[in-house]
Design a protein around this ligand. Sequence first.
Ligand code: SF4
Length: 355
Amino acid sequence: MNERVRTACPYDCPDTCPLIVSPLPGGLLGIEANPDFTLGSNFICQKGARLDSIRRDPSRLKEPLMKDGVAWRPVSWDEAWSLWAERTMEATERWGPLSVFLSRGSGSLYFSKELIPRVFSAMGGYTTTKGSLCGAAGGAGLERAFGHRPVLLPGTVAENSRGLVLWGRNAAETNVHLLPIIDRIRDRGGRVVSVEVRETPTTRISERTWRVRPEGDGPLALLLCLSLLERGLASGQWRERVLNATAFEEMLLSLDRAEMERRAGLEANDIEVFADWFADSRPVCICPGYGVQRYLSGSDTFHYLAALSALLGGLEEKGGSVLFGKDEMALFPSGFLSRPSLARKIPVSGWYSTP
Ligand code: SF4
């Protein structure tokens, strides 16, 4: 490689940073953010900056391996592709296209990955997984609540949100592109707090942290909804903007508060103070992390966070909503990259259901 190349970070990371890769002496590569495409944060994380050392690591896999008895042996790409084509055609002809199972990873997000199922579509169909162990449960909860995945662009949060809740999202350590947004919110007089199960570097950049029990996020969200409603702190318009408002209120009133507080690991006064913070910080962006939805009722937890956002005016105020990520597909027209062929989907987790 002897010239600068524009490319993107191949990691399974929603930021999908655009990169400039330049040749350096000794066969090394310089990796830096492409300033033409970043969403306001002209830097890449430590992991991205070390991409070249990973490329040069002697243990890096550079060729296909085939299991030969108990050991793996390297094979050429030609041999690997021929074997794949032969076995896939054999299975398709003998048992039909659903006998072919497609299992794929998530690096090189987003659209290049979407081309892979199209290869299998062209062969008549395939069996694959539904959902993921990553962010699908949270996405499903938001879709159930909003009817679609909400799209909240970083610039909208930076310029409009007055409050940001890092809810199980360890931004200081694992989501560094949120840090300039946090700075901008604070420059405008806004406030940033967190909900965490343990102390993290994000605790130190939060004005206040509410320490929740593992799996206590859903109960906490519901108790906050109840507190806002009972003390008249909810948006005046929320009832007109949602369906089943009365049923939702009745459900909240039927909760066993002591049990919910026990599950959240917080006392009534903690919840009241948090509800006051929400009411004083509108519009509030609730930014949940991936761990928050990795419980049996993870999709329900995200549904409750969406309800909390609706009570806070998130459906009518710019900068107030739920910012999760993995929602970029929502920016494209429905049917974009649709998959017309036969596909059987097997759920990979129980995180969608209520226990
Ligand atoms: S934040 Fe880091 S890992 Fe994520 S896309 Fe950017 S460089 Fe890659």
